[in-house]
Design a binder for this molecule. Structure first.
Ligand code: NYM
Ligand code: MG
Length: 227
């Protein structure tokens, strides 16, 4: 059956899933916030999310663990980080389908990189996140552990140690190589440059991406092709 004008008008354009990833103190939250403000002020329908989401019941356990107030087995905390993403999936899917662009600060790539850096098997780490929504772009804020160490607040939380961060950074790159569409998905950004310059590049790329994604179906296939 041919589409008539009113059908075309009724087709909702989906939002884009824009992800920021990287080691601690790389400036992910700064750039995610700036992109959010920019898009909101320029008439886009947009929402900002952060993982771990420390507000949920599971998020509170994660928060206590990261603050060194609570001990957990490495595999147990890994699974909780993953559950913390799954508990937001339905809401994220509905938001994207309703046309909202989501800016997400950390996701499953952090989940795997930090746990594998502690010595857990990489494939085991990926498995609980298989089938999550896939991002449309990953802005990887790349910073060496030496540079991160110089930034304010480094060392306050669990994992903020130079030797671990170096391993985490290597595993992020391994995950990039594992991605079948790595060249279109990953944007590696040198995080050791001006906040405004980075913001400008991120905005330019995001505006094109939002337009492109609006025509594409949602992807609920994280790591399915590589598992
Ligand atoms: N982290 C974050 C993990 O170990 N696994 C995960 O799945 C996620 C999402 O939590 N050091 C770690 C990375 C960080 C810490 O994140 C808290 P942030 O963005 O620094 O608040
Ligand atoms: Mg941190």
């Amino acid at each position: 059956m041919a589409l008539v004008n009113s059908d075309i008008i009724n087709i909702k354009k989906r939002g884009a899933f824009i992800l920021f990833e990287g080691c601690d103190k790389a400036g992910k939250s700064t750039q995610a916030n700036k992109l959010f403000e920019y898009l909101r002020n320029n008439g886009h329908s947009v929402e900002l999310l952060k993982f771990p989401d420390r507000k949920t019941k599971i998020g509170q356990i994660i928060n206590a663990y990261l603050a060194n107030e609570y001990e957990l087995d490495d595999k147990a905390i890994h699974l909780l980080f993953s559950v913390n993403r799954w508990e937001r999936m339905k809401a994220m899917k509905n938001l994207l389908l309703s046309g909202k662009t989501l800016i997400v600060d950390r996701y499953a790539y952090s989940g795997v990189s930090y746990s594998a850096a502690k010595g857990l098997d990489l494939n085991w780490c990926c498995s609980p996140d298989i089938g999550l929504l896939s991002p449309d772009v990953i802005f990887f804020m790349d910073l060496t552990a030496e540079e991160a160490e110089k930034r304010g607040g480094f060392g306050e939380e669990r994992y903020e140690k130079k030797s671990l961060q170096e391993k985490v950074r290597k595993i992020f790159y391994m995950l990039k190589e594992k991605d079948s569409d790595k060249d279109s998905l990953w944007r590696i950004l040198n995080a050791n440059q001006s906040v405004e310059l980075l913001h400008k590049r991120i905005v330019e790329y995001s505006l094109k991406l939002i337009e492109k994604c609006s025509q594409l179906p949602l992807k609920e296939d994280l790591w399915k092709a590589t598992s």
